[in-house]
Design a protein around this ligand. Structure first.
Ligand code: HPA
Length: 285
């Protein structure tokens, strides 16, 4: 990453537009994927796509991600279980806490909208607020609390025109149903959880007082991403759903081991997430 890393302000200047990113992608691939996936910290899924073409984020967007556990690649290829399905998998994302402008954080989502991709499944590594959650659980988001976006951005009048956004839709219902079927067929597949996600700006993990606040607010999980993508997709024809991998569960006496612990827990739960995606996206019933 070293030599390609640029400072945030330089990044805003060198960032491509969605149109520029797409012209690079279309120079190599002429199909529009049926679905896209964004993988969060340490999440590893769909590593064996057929006829896969890989682009670095630097190459298509003009900016490399700076977070450990994010390889910063877009892989486009066919699903081995059903080669009629082409997927676009973003391995990594840009975050507000990296110092990036909103336009950079939403660049991959805006590129998908411009491309005409119909469905997006976002994933993230998240801390469990709900005490019944276990490390390694997968939580389908039924709603979110936006503690990231600056809602006034664009000015009062523009902001007033915007309506609250939701992330519970036909796609999230299909994900949940696929999880129910899988857990009946496959003993290793833990039933999916569902719940409300709180998106914090970060970059540090939350204080115990903040965790207590979120619990009282009815939140089930917390992390530092996904809200920008959901808000962006909700203003377009792109249907977006999101899944959190619970990498740690906040309890009274918990000591969080930091980003390394999060990466380890993500890896283990990735195997179940991988099964879920193959089952859901191959159209198996
Ligand atoms: N808080 C915020 N982000 C996270 C956490 C957490 O506990 N775990 C993984 N990402």
């Amino acid at each position: 990453m070293g030599e390609t890393m640029v400072t945030t302000r330089e990044a805003e200047v060198t960032a491509n537009t969605p149109q520029q990113a797409l012209s690079i992608i279309r120079g190599v691939i002429d199909v529009v994927p049926q679905a896209a996936i964004v993988t969060g910290s340490g999440v590893s899924v769909l590593q064996d796509l057929v006829d896969a073409r890989t682009f670095s984020f630097q190459q298509i967007f003009g900016i490399a991600p700076t977070v450990q556990g994010h390889s910063g690649e877009l892989v486009i290829g066919k699903l081995p279980e059903n080669e009629a399905v082409t997927l676009a998998v973003f391995r990594g994302r840009y975050h507000v806490y990296e110092g990036h402008d909103w336009s950079v954080v939403t660049l991959p989502t805006r590129t998908l909208i411009e491309w005409g991709v119909p469905e997006l499944i976002l994933t993230n590594a998240a801390g469990g607020i709900n005490p019944v959650f276990d490390v390694g659980d997968l939580m389908v988001m039924t709603g979110f609390r936006d503690l990231i976006s600056e809602k006034w951005r664009g000015g009062l009048i523009e902001s007033l025109k915007k309506f609250p956004k939701e992330c519970r839709n036909e796609l999230s219902e299909r994900i949940f149903l696929a999880g129910m079927r899988l857990s009946k067929m496959d003993k290793e597949f833990r039933p999916l959880k569902n719940g409300i996600y709180a998106g914090f700006t970060g970059p540090s993990y939350e204080t115990l007082a903040e965790i207590d606040m979120m619990r009282r607010m009815g939140c089930d999980a917390v992390a530092m991403s996904t809200v920008p993508e959901l808000l962006t997709a909700a203003e377009s024809s792109l249907t977006a759903a999101a899944i959190s991998i619970i990498t740690n569960v906040w309890k009274e006496d918990v000591v969080i081991g930091g980003h390394e612990e999060v990466l380890e827990a993500s890896k283990a739960a990735s195997r179940r997430l991988d099964k879920l995606f193959r089952y859901l996206l191959s159209g198996r019933k």
